[in-house]
Design a protein around this ligand. Structure first.
Ligand code: TRP
Ligand code: SF4
Length: 542
């Protein structure tokens, strides 16, 4: 979930590397923001050390999109979104749209109960709660199978940690009556779905994605399909946009889940021009020539495949923006089709539909259609109408009709001692269970982005962008108050704020936050007892 190694139990002896620091954006926008720090390595490993040093690389290398680009589509964006702490997403638009229109949407994240919940987990708790408040169906799960399989936690430890995560989640505003809580080990529907999804994945794929090898134990692999099932679980009743808020280390899981969701679909909808299949590059070329030839100039049906082939052949190579391979394969297909009319259409390809589903689809298509062995072409439907119809028919005939799940990614917090925040380094993190006074002390001894002397600080300003204390303000202590966060930032970089006072203020706020949070935890204890989740594992032996 938070994917942090803020949680810590990850492989010992990982190199400690710097994380994204917080700061104002270089264009000096009005909101204090968290922008990336210096860089050394990028690796997205759900079970490894999850430090991400260059957030920009995630966009280029992994195709994560910048959250800023969807921000204006989000109703009442959370401060973590406004400040760029939530920096990236995959396919968040459908979720934002559903929230805006009060359409069904869901949010789900999972927590591996390997230690105490800390301020890194709070980011994810907040994200779940915020989506719930915006009207989404909210799900939070305890990844106890994963903790047992991948981290070797005992069931007694798991139960204790699970309870602590849940209390904090509820204390931060999760409504267990509206939302759903479960633990993987007790959710039969998730396990059945996991088994089913496993049929669509194979070992080579796991090897490529996660680096598994011959030594990897089978239950570790099973915890992957279980997570895939978690991610798709909110859609078991009906397909709906679903967002998974996690740290970027979980992105490999999100990508695989999006793939599997797609592979489970009965039909694949695409655009086509004739009875044969074209891949997307081939299709672009044909589409281009179809338009160039001005089909309106031909009488009905008289634009034939062979005409398009001839037109392509007459075009000098340098005017064609395609590789030789694409060109020759398009020409072969067009020439083989010969006198077949070329006409744009929407194709439903039968991927894993039952015969009954395929027949139902044929019946449901309105207007002109042509039925082939394993596809149907519709001439009066555009692609988005066709997508909708395909999903409807799939759901009516016993399929899931999954929408590819979306994700949002938050930055990892820098450790208070510099380097990454890790549960295994006591002073680097603040647990939500720390005594308020202990929290106060940890902030007081944190490293800062301050200069060597007060004089220099006044002259040059502090380095808020590299300061874990500033990060605390931006991620947590300033809460919803953007102006306060910005004030701290501006005063710091302007040389009007000195680290001693700044830390004192942060430390006091932290003490207040912890005292308040722990009081709320006590208040929600009954609510948790009443909630529909097993607090004691049936696998416990003691
Ligand atoms: N693998 C996640 C972690 O390491 C926990 C998890 C399990 C999860 N199922 C999930 C996260 C579903 C998000 C969605 O913390
Ligand atoms: Fe960090 Fe505050 Fe010092 Fe600035 S003044 S460097 S924000 S501790």
């Amino acid at each position: 979930m938070t994917g942090d190694d803020q949680r810590g139990e990850s492989d010992p002896g990982e190199p400690v590397s710097d994380d994204g620091a917080v700061g104002a954006d270089s264009e000096g926008s009005t909101t204090a923001r968290a922008d990336g720090g210096a860089v050394d390595e990028v690796a997205l490993d759900p079970w490894g050390s999850s430090s991400v040093s260059d957030y920009r690389n995630l966009f280029e290398e992994f195709g994560i999109e910048e959250f800023d680009e969807v921000l204006d589509q989000v109703p009442n964006p959370h401060y973590l979104m406004r400040r760029g702490v939530i920096f990236g997403h995959r396919d968040y638009r459908p979720v934002a749209e559903a929230l805006r229109n009060d359409d069904p949407a869901a949010v789900l994240s999972g927590f591996m109960p390997t230690g105490d919940p800390h301020i890194g987990h709070k980011l994810v708790f907040d994200e779940i709660v915020w989506h719930q408040q915006q009207g989404a169906d909210a799900y939070a799960l305890i990844a106890d199978l994963e903790a047992n399989a991948a981290r070797g936690m005992t069931w007694t430890e798991i139960d204790e940690h699970a309870r602590n995560y849940l209390l904090s989640l509820l204390a931060l505003g999760f409504d267990p009556e509206e939302g759903t809580l479960y633990r993987q080990s007790e959710n039969r529907a998730v396990q059945d779905l996991a088994f089913e999804l496993g049929a669509e994945a194979n070992f080579s794929e796991f090897q490529a994605i996660y680096g598994f090898d011959g030594e990897t134990d089978v239950s570790h692999m099973q915890s992957v399909v279980t997570q895939m099932a978690d991610i798709l679980y909110p859609q078991l009743e009906e397909p709906k946009p679903t967002v998974i808020p996690v740290g970027p280390d979980q992105d490999p899981h999100v990508r695989l889940a999006r793939d599997l969701a797609e592979r489970m679909r009965f039909f694949k909808v695409s655009e086509a021009y004739a009875s044969f299949e074209l891949d997307s590059l081939e299709r672009d070329l044909v589409a281009d020539f179809y338009d160039r030839l001005g089909p309106a100039d031909f009488d009905d049906d008289s634009l034939r495949c062979i005409h398009v082939a001839e037109a392509i052949e007459e075009t000098p190579l340098e005017d064609l923006d395609v590789s030789a391979d694409v060109l020759s394969s398009v020409l072969t297909k067009l020439e083989e089709a010969g006198m077949e009319p070329i006409r744009p259409r929407t194709r439903f390809f039968d991927r894993r539909a039952t015969d009954a589903a395929f027949d139902a689809l044929i019946d449901a298509i309105e207007g002109e259609k042509r039925v082939y062995e394993s596809h149907v072409d519709a001439f009066d439907l555009d692609v988005s109408e066709a997508e909708e119809l395909a999903r409807e028919v799939e759901v009516e005939t016993g399929g899931y009709g999954f929408q590819p799940p979306s994700s949002i990614y938050h930055r990892f917090m820098t450790g208070l001692t510099g380097g990454k925040m890790s549960s295994s380094i006591e002073a680097s993190h603040i647990s939500l269970l720390d005594e308020p006074e202990e929290g106060y002390d940890k902030v007081k001894s944190a490293t800062t982005g301050g200069r060597e002397t007060a004089e220099k600080q006044r002259e040059l300003g502090g380095k808020a962008d590299e300061c874990p204390v500033y990060e605390l303000y931006a991620y947590l202590l300033a809460g919803d108050d953007d102006e306060f966060a910005k004030q701290v930032y501006d005063e710091c970089v302007g040389g009007d704020r000195l680290c001693g006072d700044c830390k004192e203020q942060a430390a006091q706020l932290m003490r207040e936050f912890l005292a308040d949070h722990q009081e709320k935890r006590e208040e929600v204890a009954d609510l948790l007892e009443a909630a529909d989740i097993e607090l004691e594992s049936s696998r416990r032996r003691n």
